[in-house]
Design a protein around this ligand. Structure first.
Ligand SMILES: NC(=O)c1ccc[n+]([C@@H]2O[C@H](COP(=O)([O-])OP(=O)(O)OC[C@H]3O[C@@H](n4cnc5c(N)ncnc54)[C@H](OP(=O)(O)O)[C@@H]3O)[C@@H](O)[C@H]2O)c1
Length: 278
């Protein structure tokens, strides 16, 4: 039986803690494991709401507001930790964005670079800057919240999938390089009900219904992610859509891609229009 409470009382840094899954994970770490959590995101308004919702638990939560996609912000953050004698045990790279579903050539280079910087380079910078400090902990851990998009690439998700595939590769190399020294976990959630779809043209009822139908609730996804972390699982694949993508991505990546395109076309959802309409 694994040790289910290895992370009790740890100091955890989590990006994207102002909303969605990051907020849910932060709350569980504090309430169920007595962790001290430092949340990172950009919106103070959203962070204040997190503090308010935590109530008396908020004494174990603090936040830093910065853009995770800029290396200099991580360097400053490490200085802040050192100056305040804060010794982190766990880093959870969760902040991310979902670019609008579209054909590759319709994205500007600036848009692509921005998505890669937030979804991939943020983890490069955070791990590079924080690893020496993490390794001073008796139980160092890095958990990267990846995506089912890293398991199989669909039309319309070139940039998102590339960013998440890069994160998966980085995590897999780290898992081996740090074996025995630091737990490295990868989580690949499927569609989850959060605000991440704000950029998609799915505001119409049909699109919303479709997303709701295929999405796992945020609460349920957070529970599954917490189980992964508790058991130090190397790779978690969660949600039925993620299970499908894992299967097709491994066993029939070419035909699988065509099958998913056919399903997306048949759905006639406006959010997929830019991908398939000529
Ligand atoms: N929801 C899904 O269906 C799904 C599926 C698979 C994987 N994922 C992955 O799961 C992770 C969490 O997604 P979610 O659905 O919880 O998203 P979400 O509800 O949109 O929350 C994203 C969080 O990231 C923060 N963030 C975004 N860009 C940032 C930046 N440049 N600097 C600092 N913080 C930033 C946001 O805070 P601020 O706005 O305050 O900066 C927010 O706290 C992401 O990596 C996502 O790719 C999501």
């Amino acid at each position: 039986m694994f040790d289910r409470i290895w992370m009790n009382g740890k100091t955890v840094i989590i990006t994207g803690a102002s909303g969605g899954m990051g907020k849910g994970i932060a709350e569980k770490l504090i309430k169920e494991h007595g962790c001290r959590v430092i949340g990172i995101a950009r919106s103070e308004e959203k962070m204040k709401k997190v503090v308010e919702e935590l109530g008396s638990y908020s004494e174990n939560f603090s936040y830093q507001l910065f853009d995770v996609s800029k290396e200099e912000n991580w360097v400053k953050f490490v200085d802040y930790l050192k100056q305040n004698d804060i010794k982190p045990d766990v880093l959870i790279n969760n902040a991310g964005i979902l670019p609008k579903f579209d054909r590759f050539q319709n994205y500007s280079i600036e848009y692509i670079e921005n998505a890669m910087n937030i979804n991939f380079y943020s983890a490069v910078y955070s791990i590079h800057a924080l690893l020496p400090l993490l390794l001073e902990s008796p139980t160092p851990a890095i958990i990267n919240i990846d995506s089912s998009a890293a398991l199989m690439t669909l039309a319309g998700t070139s940039v998102y999938s590339a960013s998440k595939a890069a994160l998966k590769s980085l995590s897999e190399a780290l898992r081996e390089e740090l074996r025995g020294k630091c737990y490295v976990g990868i989580v690949c959630p499927g569609f989850t009900k959060t605000d991440i779809f704000r950029n998609q043209e799915a505001a119409d009822d049909k699109g919303q219904k479709y997303l709701n139908m295929v999405s796992t609730s945020c609460e349920r996804m957070v529970k599954m992610i917490m189980n992964d972390i508790r058991s130090k699982k190397p790779l978690g694949v969660h949600g039925f859509d993620a299970a499908f993508m894992n299967y097709f991505g491994r066993l029939m990546p070419v035909q699988g891609g065509r099958l998913f395109s056919a399903v997306m076309k048949m759905s006639k959802l406006p959010m997929f229009d830019p991908i398939f309409k000529d």
